[in-house]
Design a protein around this ligand. Structure first.
Ligand code: SF4
Length: 734
């Protein structure tokens, strides 16, 4: 007798008659899956497939990558430059020359009238590294504003800050292959199956082979927590307390790696003194994890041959996100788990090229992980670009999250947004609306003209998307990978690279700085500037990267000259004898007192508000909201609430409710589930005019990253469900 599927018709995949495949890298998340884009004999893009020989994804793609080819002719693309005097007027189509002339003259007018830093630039984690490098050269070398940042401040700034504080420079030290060697994995605020499905698949396959313990630390019973051996449902915002308590037990029971600490670190005394205050009994009262579990987990982690910590936004998006990263680095360092196969402290990055902007955009410094605060490094770049060193500021300017308040106070008058959507991504949407409305000049450069911020723009510059152009991106494990152009940009839109170069000519009349005309030319400059540095890419070229299906840095010109092939699998930073990026080569152990400054639930707003991602969507849905097969699985915003809390409030499954915070309100559909605690709710962050109407977004003092995951709301039942459904629909644009 036949059972189940055998009795059904097999799934048939339509033959799309693909005649050619072009190599690329997925343009959504930072996993960095290698992908091929297929065209049919009519030269139409009709499909995508994972690349079997690529180490990252080995032929697999998630639901976003599988339908990525549908981006090119999706609705809402901007196909011509637009301008208007006032935002209450209709846009008029214009030529590229007029749009760029006007943009340049407005930047100059504002800078002359109010000062060089009164014009700000906020970019993205989505464009290619050569484009980031060119934007940095234009901004730092010609425009000269110091208020220049990327939207990566919303996702990875705490990881960057934490790596710099512990190791001296940014740069995740581990790789995906570490899953295949580790004896214990702790995942902090990281829901891999939904956020990074292919990294999850790598981890799951490794666990099936070697069955290492998986410990998940998350207030919510995420998909990853459901698969964990141990789930620590920590109280929101208290991860530093748990980290200190784990270190307390490790020191108390003598489980630390004394030899590693002595040879590679400094600061052990102060760290010991601080964690001595966090005995498990005391810590339990703050972080909610009982003392026996804290002791068990500390022993499991410290006694494992090798152990790794991974984390995502649950750590980063917090008022002490940078401290949380340093805490994980501390845990790794005191147990000797850095630079070893299976022993690492690995941030799982958010956007596809958040790493590229960290490395080469000059947002928080100068290209190649150079610091504005370092005179030698300023001089080096000034000489390379052919400008005066004195043109550079001597320290970093505002982060994105400080730029918006500075518009509010009138310090900043003009803004250029590049492929970023603060109307949906920033906390406190009502405040961001008012802020954008105050600008004397807003230029938006984006692939989508229906992106929410365009409503406030004076000029719109239509940009090409993903494989309508060419360049590289760097993924979570430092792998530089190639995107080849498969089709022409839609309408009159141009690659970001060309837009930056053409705008640069408006600031470069004396031809002070030479801008390479092609992405390959910009890559050559980056190669040159990388020589001898932590992120050395001097052995790489576009051709070799494509041939190798991505190369992890460092890969030097000496390795290339010696005939050393780029490694296929894992590669690590700070292998022993470790030389960290401080002058003395030692990593810093940093004590982390817990400061409880989050907004907390109270009688008026009794629920913790948590936000996060869904597997079908990417960030603000500018792209996936228009791809049918992504959007149809998650078409509307919803809220996870526990059945017990819902019963007390008289709320039914799949009914609409109003969530209210001190900032605003949002209408969502209630989904009853035991994934959240009785005093907590979860709302996906992808939807416009939704969860970020509620969030406060207090800033981390080191990274300036907002706390999106710790806020307080109340929930109101809505009697008129039809009106609520209409309101829900009207508040979302698509
Ligand atoms: Fe793209 Fe990330 Fe999905 Fe891979 S896991 S296909 S990189 S969205």
């Amino acid at each position: 007798m036949l059972f189940g599927r055998k009795q059904k018709n097999p799934i048939k995949i339509a033959d799309k008659k693909i005649t050619s495949w072009t190599y690329a890298t997925c343009g959504y998340c930072s996993t960095g899956c290698a992908i091929e884009i297929g065209k049919n004999e009519n030269d139409e893009v009709v499909g995508t497939r994972g690349v079997g020989g690529a180490d990252v994804n080995r032929g697999k793609l998630c639901v976003k990558g599988i339908f990525e080819h549908e981006l090119f002719d999706a609705a809402g693309r901007g196909d011509t430059p637009l301008m208007r005097e006032q935002t209450n007027q209709d846009f008029k189509k214009t030529s590229w020359d007029d749009a760029l002339d006007h943009t340049a003259s407005e930047i100059k007018r504002i800078q002359e009238k109010y000062g060089r830093d009164s014009f700000a630039i906020v970019s993205t984690g989505q464009i290619f590294t050569e484009e980031f490098y060119t934007l940095g050269k234009l901004t730092r070398g010609l425009i000269g504003t110091n208020n220049y940042d990327g939207n990566t401040t919303l996702c990875m700034a705490s990881a960057v800050s934490g790596y710099k504080r512990s190791f001296g420079l940014d740069g995740p030290p581990g790789c995906y292959e570490d899953f295949s060697h580790t004896d214990c994995l702790m995942a902090w605020g990281s829901n891999l199956p939904e956020q990074h499905p292919i990294i999850y698949w790598r981890m799951k396959e490794a666990k099936e082979q070697r069955d290492f313990p998986l410990i998940v630390i998350d207030p919510r019973v995420t998909m990853l927590a459901q698969f964990a051996d141990i789930h620590l449902a920590v109280n929101p915002g208290t991860d530093v307390v748990l980290q200190n308590a784990l270190m307390h037990v490790i020191f108390d029971e003598g489980l630390e790696d004394k030899a590693y600490i002595k040879a590679n670190t400094k600061g052990i005394k102060a760290l010991r003194e601080e964690v001595a205050k966090y005995d498990p009994t005391t810590a339990y009262k703050i972080c909610g994890i009982d003392e026996d579990t804290i002791r068990n987990v500390a022993r499991l982690y410290a006694n494992a041959g090798t152990a790794m910590n991974i984390w995502t936004m649950g750590i980063n998006q917090s008022t002490h996100g940078s401290d949380g990263v340093v805490g994980l680095n501390n845990l790794s360092l005191i147990t000797g788990n850095i630079g070893k196969p299976g022993g690492t402290s690995l941030s799982i990055t958010g956007q596809c090229n958040a790493m590229g902007t960290r490395e080469w955009s000059s947002c928080s410094g100068l290209p190649g992980y150079r610091y504005l605060e370092n005179a030698d490094e300023r001089q080096e770049i000034a000489d390379f670009w052919g400008i005066e060193e004195s043109f550079f500021p001597k320290k970093r300017g505002m982060a994105q999250t400080d730029i918006f308040p500075a518009i509010e106070t009138g310090e900043i008058k003009g803004l250029w947004l590049v492929a970023t959507n603060p109307m949906t991504s920033m906390a406190n949407t009502p405040r961001i609306r008012k802020i954008l409305d105050k600008l004397e000049f807003l230029v938006v450069q984006d692939a989508y003209v229906d992106m929410e911020c365009v409503e406030y723009a004076h000029t719109f510059l239509p940009a090409a998307v993903w494989a309508e152009k060419e360049g590289v991106m760097t993924n979570t494990e430092r792998r530089v990978n190639m995107i080849r152009k498969v089709t022409e940009p839609v309408g009159e839109s141009k690659s970001d690279f060309d837009i930056f170069n053409e705008l640069a000519t408006r600031f470069n009349s004396e031809k002070k700085i030479v801008f390479p005309e092609t992405p390959a030319g910009a890559f050559e400059e980056m190669r040159e500037l990388s020589k001898g540095r932590l992120l050395d890419i001097s052995g790489m070229s576009h051709e070799l990267i494509e041939k190798s299906r991505g190369i992890q840095w460092p890969y030097t010109e000496e390795q290339l000259a010696n005939g050393e092939a780029p490694p296929k699998g894992g590669k690590r930073l700070y292998t022993e004898p470790a030389t960290f990026s401080f002058a003395d080569g030692l990593a810093k152990l940093i004590p982390l007192p817990f400061i409880d400054n989050n907004e907390r639930p109270d009688a008026a707003f009794p629920f913790w508000l948590n936000s996060g991602r869904l597997v079908e969507h990417f960030h603000t849905r500018t792209r996936t909201g228009k791809v049918g097969n992504n959007n149809k699985y998650s078409p509307i915003p919803f809220m996870e609430i526990s059945p017990d809390a819902a019963k007390e409030l008289g709320i039914e499954h799949q009914s609409y409710v109003r969530c209210v915070s001190r900032r605003g309100d949002a209408v969502v559909m209630a989904m009853l589930t035991h994934r959240v605690a009785k005093d907590a709710v979860f709302i996906p962050f992808h939807f416009f005019d939704c969860v970020n109407r509620l969030t406060l977004g207090l800033l981390d003092p080191h990274s300036r990253q907002p706390a999106f995951k710790q806020g307080a709301i109340r929930i109101e039942k809505i009697e008129d469900q039809e009106a609520a459904a209409r309101m829900n629909k009207e508040m979302r644009t698509y």
